[in-house]
Design a protein around this ligand. Structure first.
Ligand SMILES: Cc1cc2nc3c(=O)[nH]c(=O)nc-3n(C[C@H](O)[C@H](O)[C@H](O)COP(=O)(O)OP(=O)(O)OC[C@H]3O[C@@H](n4cnc5c(N)ncnc54)[C@H](O)[C@@H]3O)c2cc1C
Length: 294
Protein backbone atom coordinates (compact mmCIF):
# COMPACT_ATOMS: atom_id res chain seq x y z
CA UNK A 1 0.00 0.00 0.00
CA UNK A 2 1.47 3.39 -1.02
CA UNK A 3 0.56 6.86 0.18
CA UNK A 4 -0.04 9.49 -2.48
CA UNK A 5 -0.23 13.24 -1.98
CA UNK A 6 -2.66 13.94 -4.82
CA UNK A 7 -3.87 11.13 -7.09
CA UNK A 8 -5.04 12.15 -10.54
CA UNK A 9 -7.14 9.66 -12.51
CA UNK A 10 -6.48 10.23 -16.21
CA UNK A 11 -3.53 11.63 -18.17
CA UNK A 12 -5.59 13.46 -20.76
CA UNK A 13 -5.20 17.22 -21.23
CA UNK A 14 -7.07 17.93 -17.99
CA UNK A 15 -5.13 15.54 -15.76
CA UNK A 16 -1.78 16.60 -17.22
CA UNK A 17 -2.61 20.30 -16.76
CA UNK A 18 -3.64 19.67 -13.13
CA UNK A 19 -0.40 17.76 -12.48
CA UNK A 20 1.77 20.50 -14.01
CA UNK A 21 0.04 23.18 -11.96
CA UNK A 22 0.26 21.15 -8.72
CA UNK A 23 3.98 20.67 -9.28
CA UNK A 24 4.38 24.45 -9.36
CA UNK A 25 3.02 24.54 -5.81
CA UNK A 26 5.34 21.83 -4.55
CA UNK A 27 2.87 18.93 -4.57
CA UNK A 28 3.94 15.49 -5.77
CA UNK A 29 0.91 14.30 -7.72
CA UNK A 30 0.74 10.85 -9.25
CA UNK A 31 -1.23 10.44 -12.45
CA UNK A 32 -2.87 7.08 -13.12
CA UNK A 33 -3.53 6.34 -16.77
CA UNK A 34 -5.34 3.34 -18.24
CA UNK A 35 -4.11 3.70 -21.83
CA UNK A 36 -2.01 6.56 -23.12
CA UNK A 37 -1.09 10.13 -22.34
CA UNK A 38 -3.31 12.65 -24.09
CA UNK A 39 -6.55 10.69 -23.88
CA UNK A 40 -9.15 11.52 -26.47
CA UNK A 41 -7.06 14.29 -27.98
CA UNK A 42 -4.97 11.62 -29.74
CA UNK A 43 -7.92 11.21 -32.12
CA UNK A 44 -8.25 14.82 -33.17
CA UNK A 45 -7.44 15.45 -36.82
CA UNK A 46 -6.64 19.16 -36.63
CA UNK A 47 -7.01 21.27 -33.50
CA UNK A 48 -7.59 24.83 -34.64
CA UNK A 49 -9.06 26.34 -31.49
CA UNK A 50 -6.26 25.79 -28.98
CA UNK A 51 -4.50 29.14 -28.58
CA UNK A 52 -0.82 29.23 -29.47
CA UNK A 53 -1.05 27.23 -32.69
CA UNK A 54 -2.11 29.73 -35.35
CA UNK A 55 -2.04 27.12 -38.14
CA UNK A 56 -3.71 24.43 -36.05
CA UNK A 57 -2.03 21.28 -34.83
CA UNK A 58 -2.78 17.59 -35.15
CA UNK A 59 -4.15 16.16 -31.88
CA UNK A 60 -1.43 13.52 -31.49
CA UNK A 61 1.25 16.18 -32.11
CA UNK A 62 -0.26 18.40 -29.41
CA UNK A 63 -0.25 15.39 -27.07
CA UNK A 64 3.48 14.94 -27.70
CA UNK A 65 4.03 18.51 -26.50
CA UNK A 66 1.87 17.93 -23.39
CA UNK A 67 3.83 14.74 -22.66
CA UNK A 68 7.17 16.53 -23.11
CA UNK A 69 6.07 19.29 -20.76
CA UNK A 70 4.99 16.68 -18.21
CA UNK A 71 8.36 14.95 -18.49
CA UNK A 72 10.25 18.22 -18.13
CA UNK A 73 8.33 18.84 -14.90
CA UNK A 74 9.04 15.27 -13.71
CA UNK A 75 5.34 14.41 -13.53
CA UNK A 76 4.95 10.80 -12.41
CA UNK A 77 2.57 8.78 -14.55
CA UNK A 78 1.67 5.21 -13.64
CA UNK A 79 0.14 3.25 -16.49
CA UNK A 80 -2.33 1.46 -14.22
CA UNK A 81 -6.09 1.66 -14.74
CA UNK A 82 -7.94 2.62 -11.58
CA UNK A 83 -10.57 -0.06 -10.95
CA UNK A 84 -12.16 1.47 -7.88
CA UNK A 85 -12.10 4.58 -5.76
CA UNK A 86 -13.54 4.47 -2.25
CA UNK A 87 -13.06 6.37 1.00
CA UNK A 88 -12.21 5.23 4.50
CA UNK A 89 -11.11 7.29 7.54
CA UNK A 90 -10.91 10.51 5.48
CA UNK A 91 -8.51 8.86 3.02
CA UNK A 92 -9.28 7.76 -0.49
CA UNK A 93 -8.41 4.22 -1.49
CA UNK A 94 -7.54 3.57 -5.13
CA UNK A 95 -7.39 0.01 -6.40
CA UNK A 96 -5.42 -0.19 -9.61
CA UNK A 97 -4.20 -3.01 -11.82
CA UNK A 98 -0.93 -2.96 -9.86
CA UNK A 99 -1.96 -2.39 -6.25
CA UNK A 100 -3.65 -0.22 -3.65
CA UNK A 101 -2.93 3.44 -2.96
CA UNK A 102 -4.07 5.81 -0.22
CA UNK A 103 -4.56 9.43 -1.22
CA UNK A 104 -5.54 12.52 0.73
CA UNK A 105 -6.83 14.22 -2.38
CA UNK A 106 -8.12 12.82 -5.67
CA UNK A 107 -8.74 14.53 -8.99
CA UNK A 108 -11.01 12.65 -11.38
CA UNK A 109 -9.98 13.60 -14.93
CA UNK A 110 -11.16 10.41 -16.60
CA UNK A 111 -12.87 11.97 -19.62
CA UNK A 112 -15.53 10.10 -21.56
CA UNK A 113 -16.18 6.66 -22.99
CA UNK A 114 -17.84 5.95 -26.32
CA UNK A 115 -21.50 5.02 -26.36
CA UNK A 116 -21.62 1.51 -27.79
CA UNK A 117 -23.73 0.86 -30.85
CA UNK A 118 -26.46 -1.54 -29.77
CA UNK A 119 -29.22 -0.83 -32.31
CA UNK A 120 -28.40 -4.03 -34.15
CA UNK A 121 -26.15 -6.96 -33.44
CA UNK A 122 -22.50 -6.87 -34.45
CA UNK A 123 -21.37 -10.44 -35.21
CA UNK A 124 -18.49 -11.75 -33.11
CA UNK A 125 -16.42 -12.63 -36.24
CA UNK A 126 -16.02 -8.99 -37.24
CA UNK A 127 -15.48 -7.39 -33.83
CA UNK A 128 -11.77 -6.90 -34.62
CA UNK A 129 -12.80 -4.67 -37.55
CA UNK A 130 -15.02 -2.42 -35.45
CA UNK A 131 -13.66 0.70 -33.76
CA UNK A 132 -14.88 3.60 -31.64
CA UNK A 133 -11.73 5.74 -31.88
CA UNK A 134 -9.30 6.29 -34.74
CA UNK A 135 -6.03 6.62 -32.83
CA UNK A 136 -5.14 2.98 -33.46
CA UNK A 137 -5.87 3.33 -37.19
CA UNK A 138 -3.17 5.91 -37.93
CA UNK A 139 -1.15 3.41 -40.00
CA UNK A 140 -4.13 2.03 -41.97
CA UNK A 141 -3.90 2.71 -45.72
CA UNK A 142 -5.87 1.83 -48.85
CA UNK A 143 -8.97 0.56 -47.01
CA UNK A 144 -12.66 1.31 -47.34
CA UNK A 145 -14.07 2.48 -44.04
CA UNK A 146 -17.63 3.28 -42.95
CA UNK A 147 -17.99 5.91 -40.23
CA UNK A 148 -21.35 5.79 -38.50
CA UNK A 149 -22.60 9.08 -37.02
CA UNK A 150 -23.31 12.66 -37.95
CA UNK A 151 -21.62 14.75 -35.26
CA UNK A 152 -18.24 16.47 -34.95
CA UNK A 153 -16.42 13.26 -34.03
CA UNK A 154 -17.79 11.33 -37.03
CA UNK A 155 -16.76 14.05 -39.46
CA UNK A 156 -13.39 14.57 -37.78
CA UNK A 157 -12.73 10.81 -37.87
CA UNK A 158 -13.69 10.73 -41.57
CA UNK A 159 -11.37 13.61 -42.45
CA UNK A 160 -8.56 12.04 -40.46
CA UNK A 161 -8.92 8.61 -42.10
CA UNK A 162 -9.51 10.02 -45.59
CA UNK A 163 -5.83 10.92 -45.92
CA UNK A 164 -5.09 7.30 -46.82
CA UNK A 165 -8.46 5.56 -47.18
CA UNK A 166 -11.86 5.84 -48.80
CA UNK A 167 -14.59 6.78 -46.33
CA UNK A 168 -18.37 6.53 -46.34
CA UNK A 169 -20.16 8.42 -43.59
CA UNK A 170 -23.52 6.87 -42.73
CA UNK A 171 -25.91 8.97 -40.70
CA UNK A 172 -29.39 7.83 -39.81
CA UNK A 173 -30.76 11.37 -39.75
CA UNK A 174 -31.04 13.79 -42.67
CA UNK A 175 -29.46 16.45 -40.48
CA UNK A 176 -25.71 16.76 -40.01
CA UNK A 177 -24.86 17.87 -36.46
CA UNK A 178 -21.16 18.45 -37.19
CA UNK A 179 -19.76 21.99 -37.22
CA UNK A 180 -20.24 23.70 -40.60
CA UNK A 181 -16.50 23.82 -41.39
CA UNK A 182 -16.14 20.06 -40.76
CA UNK A 183 -19.17 19.38 -42.94
CA UNK A 184 -17.88 21.59 -45.75
CA UNK A 185 -14.42 20.00 -45.69
CA UNK A 186 -15.93 16.51 -45.79
CA UNK A 187 -18.32 17.45 -48.61
CA UNK A 188 -15.41 18.86 -50.64
CA UNK A 189 -13.24 15.79 -50.05
CA UNK A 190 -13.30 13.30 -52.97
CA UNK A 191 -12.30 10.50 -50.59
CA UNK A 192 -15.47 10.93 -48.52
CA UNK A 193 -19.06 9.95 -49.42
CA UNK A 194 -21.84 11.11 -47.15
CA UNK A 195 -25.00 8.98 -46.94
CA UNK A 196 -27.74 10.74 -44.98
CA UNK A 197 -31.09 9.38 -43.88
CA UNK A 198 -29.62 5.86 -43.89
CA UNK A 199 -30.55 3.40 -41.20
CA UNK A 200 -28.28 0.40 -40.66
CA UNK A 201 -30.37 -2.77 -40.80
CA UNK A 202 -27.78 -5.50 -40.69
CA UNK A 203 -24.03 -5.99 -40.27
CA UNK A 204 -22.57 -9.23 -41.60
CA UNK A 205 -19.14 -10.71 -42.21
CA UNK A 206 -18.43 -10.84 -45.96
CA UNK A 207 -14.96 -11.92 -47.05
CA UNK A 208 -12.25 -12.50 -44.43
CA UNK A 209 -11.24 -8.85 -44.79
CA UNK A 210 -14.61 -7.21 -45.35
CA UNK A 211 -17.96 -6.45 -43.82
CA UNK A 212 -21.34 -6.16 -45.49
CA UNK A 213 -23.61 -3.36 -44.34
CA UNK A 214 -27.27 -3.43 -45.23
CA UNK A 215 -29.16 -0.18 -44.85
CA UNK A 216 -32.46 1.47 -45.54
CA UNK A 217 -31.84 4.73 -47.38
CA UNK A 218 -33.98 7.39 -49.05
CA UNK A 219 -33.85 5.36 -52.29
CA UNK A 220 -34.72 2.08 -50.60
CA UNK A 221 -32.49 -0.72 -49.41
CA UNK A 222 -28.79 -0.56 -50.09
CA UNK A 223 -25.60 -2.55 -49.49
CA UNK A 224 -22.10 -1.41 -48.77
CA UNK A 225 -18.93 -3.47 -48.45
CA UNK A 226 -16.16 -2.06 -46.29
CA UNK A 227 -12.98 -3.26 -44.64
CA UNK A 228 -13.50 -1.43 -41.35
CA UNK A 229 -16.31 0.12 -39.36
CA UNK A 230 -15.94 3.11 -37.04
CA UNK A 231 -18.76 4.20 -34.74
CA UNK A 232 -19.01 7.78 -33.52
CA UNK A 233 -22.46 7.77 -31.97
CA UNK A 234 -21.79 9.81 -28.84
CA UNK A 235 -19.83 9.68 -25.61
CA UNK A 236 -20.65 9.67 -21.90
CA UNK A 237 -18.65 10.40 -18.73
CA UNK A 238 -16.26 7.61 -17.69
CA UNK A 239 -17.03 7.09 -14.01
CA UNK A 240 -17.40 3.33 -13.72
CA UNK A 241 -14.75 3.11 -10.97
CA UNK A 242 -16.79 5.27 -8.55
CA UNK A 243 -19.09 3.86 -5.85
CA UNK A 244 -22.79 4.10 -6.71
CA UNK A 245 -24.11 7.60 -6.13
CA UNK A 246 -20.75 9.36 -6.30
CA UNK A 247 -21.46 10.46 -9.87
CA UNK A 248 -24.05 12.84 -8.50
CA UNK A 249 -22.95 13.59 -4.94
CA UNK A 250 -19.21 13.05 -5.51
CA UNK A 251 -18.68 16.75 -6.05
CA UNK A 252 -19.63 17.40 -2.43
CA UNK A 253 -17.09 14.96 -0.99
CA UNK A 254 -14.18 16.70 0.70
CA UNK A 255 -10.91 16.63 -1.26
CA UNK A 256 -12.50 15.03 -4.31
CA UNK A 257 -12.33 17.11 -7.49
CA UNK A 258 -13.59 16.59 -11.04
CA UNK A 259 -12.20 18.25 -14.13
CA UNK A 260 -12.33 18.13 -17.92
CA UNK A 261 -14.69 16.27 -20.23
CA UNK A 262 -15.93 14.02 -17.43
CA UNK A 263 -17.98 16.91 -16.04
CA UNK A 264 -18.30 19.24 -18.99
CA UNK A 265 -21.45 17.94 -20.65
CA UNK A 266 -21.46 19.10 -24.25
CA UNK A 267 -18.65 21.65 -23.67
CA UNK A 268 -15.93 19.10 -24.30
CA UNK A 269 -12.89 20.97 -25.61
CA UNK A 270 -9.18 20.79 -24.89
CA UNK A 271 -8.76 24.38 -23.73
CA UNK A 272 -11.65 23.97 -21.26
CA UNK A 273 -10.23 20.66 -19.98
CA UNK A 274 -6.81 22.25 -19.51
CA UNK A 275 -8.31 25.29 -17.76
CA UNK A 276 -10.34 23.03 -15.50
CA UNK A 277 -7.22 21.06 -14.54
CA UNK A 278 -5.40 24.25 -13.59
CA UNK A 279 -8.42 25.53 -11.66
CA UNK A 280 -8.76 22.42 -9.49
CA UNK A 281 -5.00 22.42 -8.82
CA UNK A 282 -5.30 26.02 -7.60
CA UNK A 283 -8.32 25.13 -5.46
CA UNK A 284 -6.35 22.30 -3.85
CA UNK A 285 -3.46 24.64 -3.21
CA UNK A 286 -5.74 27.36 -1.81
CA UNK A 287 -7.29 24.89 0.62
CA UNK A 288 -4.09 23.43 1.94
CA UNK A 289 -1.84 26.49 1.96
CA UNK A 290 -3.99 29.61 1.69
CA UNK A 291 -1.29 32.02 2.81
CA UNK A 292 1.45 30.89 0.40
CA UNK A 293 -0.82 31.52 -2.56
CA UNK A 294 -1.55 35.15 -1.77
C1 LIG B 1 -12.35 13.35 -33.08
C2 LIG B 1 -12.14 14.39 -32.03
C3 LIG B 1 -11.71 15.66 -32.39
C4 LIG B 1 -11.52 16.63 -31.41
N1 LIG B 1 -11.10 17.86 -31.82
C5 LIG B 1 -10.93 18.83 -30.90
C6 LIG B 1 -10.53 20.14 -31.31
O1 LIG B 1 -10.32 20.41 -32.50
N2 LIG B 1 -10.38 21.08 -30.35
C7 LIG B 1 -10.60 20.83 -29.03
O2 LIG B 1 -10.42 21.72 -28.20
N3 LIG B 1 -10.96 19.59 -28.60
C8 LIG B 1 -11.16 18.60 -29.51
N4 LIG B 1 -11.58 17.36 -29.10
C9 LIG B 1 -11.93 17.17 -27.68
C10 LIG B 1 -10.71 16.87 -26.80
O3 LIG B 1 -10.03 15.72 -27.27
C11 LIG B 1 -11.19 16.66 -25.36
O4 LIG B 1 -11.95 17.78 -24.95
C12 LIG B 1 -10.03 16.46 -24.39
O5 LIG B 1 -9.21 15.39 -24.77
C13 LIG B 1 -10.59 16.23 -22.97
O6 LIG B 1 -9.54 16.04 -22.08
P1 LIG B 1 -9.77 15.28 -20.68
O7 LIG B 1 -8.45 15.22 -20.05
O8 LIG B 1 -10.89 15.90 -19.94
O9 LIG B 1 -10.31 13.83 -21.07
P2 LIG B 1 -9.65 12.68 -22.04
O10 LIG B 1 -8.87 13.29 -23.13
O11 LIG B 1 -10.79 11.82 -22.37
O12 LIG B 1 -8.66 11.96 -21.05
C14 LIG B 1 -9.09 11.12 -20.02
C15 LIG B 1 -8.01 10.08 -19.71
O13 LIG B 1 -8.39 9.34 -18.55
C16 LIG B 1 -8.02 7.99 -18.74
N5 LIG B 1 -8.85 7.16 -17.85
C17 LIG B 1 -10.19 6.99 -17.89
N6 LIG B 1 -10.59 6.17 -16.90
C18 LIG B 1 -9.48 5.79 -16.24
C19 LIG B 1 -9.24 4.93 -15.14
N7 LIG B 1 -10.24 4.29 -14.52
N8 LIG B 1 -7.96 4.76 -14.72
C20 LIG B 1 -6.96 5.43 -15.33
N9 LIG B 1 -7.11 6.24 -16.39
C21 LIG B 1 -8.37 6.43 -16.84
C22 LIG B 1 -8.30 7.74 -20.22
O14 LIG B 1 -7.57 6.61 -20.68
C23 LIG B 1 -7.82 9.05 -20.83
O15 LIG B 1 -6.47 9.00 -21.21
C24 LIG B 1 -11.77 16.35 -30.04
C25 LIG B 1 -12.19 15.07 -29.68
C26 LIG B 1 -12.40 14.11 -30.66
C27 LIG B 1 -12.88 12.75 -30.27
Amino acid sequence: MSDVDVAIIGAGPSGIAAAIQLKRYGFEPIVFEAKRVGGLLNNAHLVENYPGFPDGINGAELVKLFARQGQNQSIKIRFEPVYSLTRHDRKFILETSAGTYHAKTVIVASGTRPIMFTDIQIPEQIKDKVFYEVFGLAGVKGKTIAVIGGGDAAFDYALNLSRHNHITIINRSRKIRALPFLRERAQANPQININLDCLLKRIRPHRPDSIELEYQGPQGEGRLFVNLLVFAVGRKPRLDFLPPGWETMGKEIDNLYFCGDVINGTCRQTAIAVGDGIRVAMEICNRSRPKEQE
